[in-house]
Design a binder for this molecule. Structure first.
Ligand SMILES: [Zn+2]
Ligand SMILES: [Zn+2]
Length: 246
C-alpha cells in the first residue's frame, strides 16, 4: 500500500458561490507540481467532476474523487463519490440513508466561527459522519480546529487534513497522507478506517487575517456581478442546486 498525498477539500473557478482565480485544470497542474496523488474538487453545491477532468488528472498521476461541499440545513458538509442529485438540502439526518462503503461524508470546518459551520449539529448527527475535517485556517494561537479534535477523539472519528483552498496560497498548508491503493474506493475506505496522517503547519497571524479578508473582498465583487446579471445566475439557485456545472 502507498501513502498517498491528498487534499479532499478544494474550490475552483467553476464554483458558483465563491470567486476563485484558478480553474480545475489549473488546480490539477498546480497539485501535480506539489506532488499530490489524490484530489477532490469540492465546489459549493456544484460538482466539477467529469470524465474529462478524471482523465486529465489521471494522465498527471492524480486520482480525482468526485466531491462537493453541500449546504445542508444551511451548514457545510463534504460529500464524496455519491449521486449528488439524491442529496436533500434540507436534512442532514437524511444523509444517513445514502451512506455506502464507497462514499464518504465529512464534517467541514465544524466549529469555525461561521453560520455555515455545523457546530451542535455535528454531535446531534454524529452517526452520519465518517470523518471530521482539520482545516488549514489556524495559527499557533488561534485554532478553531481544537473542538473538532476533541469530538474526533470522543467519538472515534478519523480526522482529515485539508486546505479548503480558495486561493493559491492556501494550497499545501495542510494535507493528508492516506495509506491506500491508488483507487477512489480504496482511498475512501482508508479515510473511514483512519489510515490518515495529517501534515499541517499553522499559518502566521497575518495570513490568518489576510486569507478570509481577501476572500470576502473577492466575493463582494462576485455578488455585485451576480446582482447586475441576475438572470444569468438563476439556473444556479434552484433548491436542489446540484450538478449545475457538471
Ligand atoms: Zn465551507
Ligand atoms: Zn470549502
Amino acid at each position: 500500500m502507498h501513502l498517498l498525498k491528498a487534499d479532499l477539500h478544494i474550490h475552483t473557478s467553476e464554483d458558483p458561490e465563491d470567486l476563485i482565480c484558478y480553474s480545475s485544470t489549473d488546480l490539477i497542474d498546480m497539485a501535480r507540481e506539489l506532488g499530490y496523488e489524490v484530489l477532490a474538487i469540492t465546489n459549493h453545491n456544484s460538482s466539477a467532476y467529469s470524465a474529462y477532468l478524471r482523465d486529465y488528472a489521471r494522465e498527471r498521476g492524480i486520482i480525482l474523487i468526485p466531491g462537493m461541499e453541500a449546504t445542508i440545513q444551511g451548514r457545510h458538509v463534504l460529500i464524496y463519490n455519491m449521486d449528488f442529485s439524491t442529496v436533500s438540502r434540507s436534512s442532514i439526518a437524511s444523509l444517513e440513508t445514502l451512506k455506502r462503503p464507497d462514499n464518504l461524508i465529512v464534517a467541514a470546518h465544524p466549529y469555525f466561527p461561521s453560520r455555515v459551520a455545523l457546530r451542535g449539529l455535528l454531535k446531534k448527527h454524529i452517526q452520519v459522519f465518517d470523518a471530521v475535517e482539520l482545516c488549514h485556517l489556524y495559527s499557533r494561537t488561534v485554532d478553531f480546529n481544537r473542538r473538532a479534535r476533541r469530538v474526533s477523539k470522543e467519538y472515534g472519528l478519523p480526522m482529515l487534513g485539508t486546505s479548503d483552498a480558495h486561493q493559491r496560497r492556501q494550497l499545501h498548508t495542510t494535507y493528508s497522507l492516506i495509506e491506500a491503493d491508488p483507487e477512489p474506493e480504496a482511498v475512501i475506505q482508508a479515510v473511514k478506517e483512519g489510515r490518515v496522517k495529517i501534515v499541517s503547519r499553522p499559518l502566521s497571524l497575518a495570513d490568518l487575517v489576510r486569507i478570509p479578508t481577501k476572500m470576502g473582498w473577492r466575493n463582494q465583487v462576485l455578488n455585485r456581478f451576480i446582482s447586475s446579471n441576475g438572470k444569468m445566475w438563476t439556473a444556479l439557485e434552484g433548491p436542489g442546486g446540484h450538478g449545475k456545472k457538471a
